[in-house]
Design a protein. Structure first.
Length: 276
């Protein structure tokens, strides 16, 4: 398993870096659309949508919503509306994580709720990444920063949790996560954000605000991880899929990014570091 994880990472990391830094805006948007559609297929199984035809219908809905989002991606009003909705969705997720029994039983109401939530989270993530990437002010590097920020936070959480982990974060959702791991993630991401902020020549209150935005982004990324863990636990499955050897499915790789991308874009737009 460890060998598979390492080999998969050795393939994925260069592909991700190349895609972010060297693909033009249109190709990057299409690639992210493919990622979202794969994630939507896995999400439909976790929802769960039982019939294959219904799952393909859900895929078609996600595809249509992505096309609409692409058409309006240059509209500041549209982007702002989606980002505000994304913030509302993630606040709901935070509540849901504290009430993990909600949605456990399979019913049309719970299935519909999860399907709508998936639609919102996947589309807002696609839009946030595409809008970030399309910025003339170093857009691809902003996308890389978000990806590395999440990775740094995950690494900090892993090592801190292993070394000091005692107090469970959400034992009913993800027993392996601890508050000590969260602290390690926040320390790691704060140091990385501060270093990058200095590289951007941010100073004073603006630098402090940038670090704060990154900390909030990481907190929500942890919620994204917990959300997928909750969905998998309710379906009694270990991974969202088998697409990536040693890593599971696409959702297993982008769960943190589902929250991180829109929250980060919301934050740096609030700081006026980028403009639509």
């Amino acid at each position: 398993m460890l060998r598979q994880r390492i080999l998969s990472a050795l393939v994925m990391v260069p592909l991700v870096v190349f895609s972010v830094l060297f693909l033009d805006q249109a190709l990057f948007a299409v690639l992210m659309g493919v990622v979202v559609l794969i994630g939507a297929w896995e999400w439909s199984a976790l929802t769960p949508l039982q019939e294959t035809g219904v799952r393909y219908g859900y895929l078609g809905l996600i595809f249509s919503a992505t096309v609409v989002a692409w058409y309006f991606a240059a509209s500041e009003v549209f982007v702002n509306s989606v980002l505000w909705l994304a913030m509302a969705w993630w606040l709901f997720v935070l509540f849901w994580i504290t009430r993990p029994d909600i949605g456990r039983e399979v019913s049309s109401l719970h299935t519909t709720m999860k399907a709508i939530l998936g639609l919102g989270l996947l589309i807002s993530t696609w839009l946030a990444l595409v809008v970030l990437h399309s910025r003339p002010d170093q857009g691809p590097y902003w996308v890389m920063f978000v990806l590395v920020l999440v990775w740094v936070a995950d690494s900090g959480a892993y090592f801190s949790g292993r070394a000091f982990g005692r107090n469970k974060l959400a034992p009913a959702v993800s027993p392996g996560k601890t508050w000590e791991g969260v602290f390690g993630a926040l320390v790691a991401c704060s140091l990385f954000a501060y270093a990058y902020g200095r590289f951007l020549d941010l100073r004073g209150a603006l630098l402090s605000s940038f670090v704060l935005v990154c900390v909030v982004t990481v907190l929500f990324s942890i919620a994204g991880d917990l959300l997928e863990s909750l969905l998998k636990r309710q379906r009694a499955v270990k991974d969202s899929g088998t697409l990536i050897p040693g890593h599971g499915g696409m959702l297993d790789r982008i769960d943190s990014l589902l929250a991180a991308a829109p929250v980060f874009l919301f934050g740096i737009r609030w700081l006026s570091l980028i403009h639509i």
